[in-house]
Design a protein around this ligand. Sequence first.
Ligand SMILES: [Fe+2]
Length: 257
Amino acid sequence: MWLFRNILEMTVWKKKMIEVIDIHSHIIPGVDDGSKDMNMTRDMLRLAWKEGIRVIVATPHYKCDGMCKKSFEFREYYEKVCQEARKIHPDFAVFLGNELMDSHSLCEELEAGKALTMAGLNYVLLEFAPSVDACTMKHSLQRMQMHGYWPVIAHAERYECMRSSLELTETLVAMGCYIQVNAGSIMGKNGFRVKGYVKKILSRELVHFLGTDAHDMEKRKPEIQRSAACISDRYGAEYTARIVWENPCQLLARKKI
Ligand SMILES: [Fe+2]
């Protein structure tokens, strides 16, 4: 009876599993404040696979202050992460990108190959200082677009200017920018105001990507399944599939959403 119930539960859970492409992850070891070493990366990969994550775009932090590791300095680690992922499952793929901190010289650093676009394609994952104002944000995004990049705003819920004006989110989306939110924010991990904003933009289908922003195996794990299920229940399975799978596929195929 016990075995039968377990098998039944596993079958139901398997049926409900939502497959995900995670476009925001600090899984490359020893590069930033993410994974400390290959052991932690291995654990994060195992958990990610269990969470339904089938493809990861690894996005170590990049700042134009000369302090960050350049892409050529961690390519070797990246190759090792790919190997570890394939040991878990031959179809488990990892691509490389950067989470780029907004800066005037960012486009030059991208053109010099020091900083990376997402999987070497047109999309860029862009973050801002938490206190950024709407005007600075708009100008930076326009600058990226003028250079031919397609910006994705990393964890849009983190910025006060976004939370306090739904109009700003709508304007940026109308400009052709994309919105990424963190899975944890939907579960209330970053406070109720953040959660409230995420709910608002999800209900208006202004979110394009759901990412883990995973850093470790403690506070910021590569967990996404509960958040995806919650979005599916509230906003529909079709929209959920778009933000966890179809839009990331477009990103990896160099197609505009
Ligand atoms: Fe991040």
